[in-house]
Design a protein around this ligand. Structure first.
Ligand code: ACO
Length: 331
């Protein structure tokens, strides 16, 4: 059974309710129909009920009629959502007219349905930019108790099985924090190791990436990665982690043993933590496109409830897979 199939099987054994705010969009509806066929999640679609049902008929998606729909124009829970948003954001200066306006936005309603307990996770972003998906999630669901920063990891399924663990690797942060400081980078490393264990089902060996290996370069950016490695070790003493390492030293045994002799990670890393979002986002896309790797995610880590953001170039299968992952994160 491949990784995605085992994630789906796990979800099917214990389905959770996932809200899909882009409920009127073609790819979302096709994915929702497929998820109903595969029965690994319960769903809430947000959108106009009549539009959704009409489109489902037009595109021959017979199972959509069995899915719960939250129609902002008529759902009896709508006043509750407005009150909840006001309760959460009054201290930030939010007033009722603005709260009413925000609650017509499905990207606000999704996190509100989670916060109110009607759903346990969300997947969106097929039609919306990352920032627009994340901002309401950060404002409403917020970070998990021991976390101060949300980050985005990709599970990379690399064709060449000599890399990572049989070709399975985790890359982070590829989606959220443009320039994390040392403390944030350490948190990202610890969270990525958890994602590697819980979702990618691999025993994490974390490399803190840099343009320098063990002092080969001297720069404040190198110091940041060294300090982040120290903090991560303090936060999670059992974690297998090393840095700073260049990418080749992290993943190629012969180079790792030469540049970082004695390191238990160099040459064997399966979790790569990038020093900036530039590096992480560019890095995962190059591996995906040039090496033909499958990039699953981004899986958001550090949030109080799982909310995951799709790329706008995503396929129906990408949506289906990310919903399965989100169910697994909701446990
Ligand atoms: N973790 C946790 N909370 C956060 C984070 C974070 N990383 N960033 C912001 N927040 C919180 C803030 O504390 C704030 O909360 P509050 O209002 O309750 O005080 C709230 O979110 C809004 O914060 P702002 O600073 O106003 O948010 P900002 O407008 O800077 O947006 C965002 C944050 C959207 C995540 C921004 O950092 C961003 O756009 N990041 C890059 C996303 C991106 O474009 N990624 C690349 C594409 S993804 C891909 O290719 C797969």
């Amino acid at each position: 059974m491949n990784l995605i199939d085992s994630i789906k099987a796990n979800a099917k054994a214990n389905p959770r309710t996932i809200v899909l705010p882009e409920g009127e969009a073609e790819r979302t509806l096709k994915a929702a129909n497929q998820i109903m066929e595969e029965q690994f999640a319960k769903l809430i679609l947000i959108g106009s009920k009549s539009t959704i049902l009409k489109k489902a008929e037009e595109w021959d998606l017979p199972l959509i009629k069995n899915i719960e729909i939250y129609d902002p124009s008529s759902d009896p829970r709508h006043p509750e959502m407005i009150d909840l948003l006001l309760k959460i954001r009054t201290s930030k200066g939010l007033q009722r007219p603005e709260a009413e306006k925000l609650c017509s936005d499905p990207l606000y309603l999704g996190p509100l349905l989670i916060k109110a307990g009607y759903a346990q996770g969300e997947v969106s972003g097929a039609e919306n930019a990352t920032g627009d998906v994340l901002r309401p999630a950060f404002q409403i669901v917020k970070t998990a108790p021991n976390s101060s920063v949300v980050s985005g990891a990709f599970i990379m399924l690399v064709k060449d099985k000599q890399f990572g663990t049989d070709g399975v690797m985790v890359f982070a942060d590829c989606a959220v924090n443009p320039n994390p400081n040392a403390q944030q980078l350490a948190e990202i490393a610890v969270a990525s190791a958890q994602t590697a264990k819980a979702i990618a089902k691999i025993d994490p060996r974390v490399a803190m990436l840099s343009f320098s290996t063990k002092g080969s370069g001297a720069h404040a950016d190198v110091d940041k990665v060294v300090e982040a490695t120290r903090i991560a070790r303090e936060m999670a003493p059992e974690l297998k982690i090393d840095g700073e390492l260049q990418a080749d030293a992290a993943i190629i045994e012969s180079i790792g043993s030469k540049k970082a002799p004695g390191s238990e990670i160099a040459g064997k890393a399966n979790v790569l933590v990038f020093p900036t979002l530039d590096a992480g986002n560019i890095g995962y896309k190059l591996v995906q496109r040039l090496a033909g790797a499958e990039a699953v995610g981004p899986v958001l880590q550090g949030m109080a409830a799982p909310i995951n953001d799709l790329s706008r170039g995503c396929s129906v299968d990408d949506i289906v897979n990310l919903v399965a992952i989100t169910v697994n994160q909701a446990y």
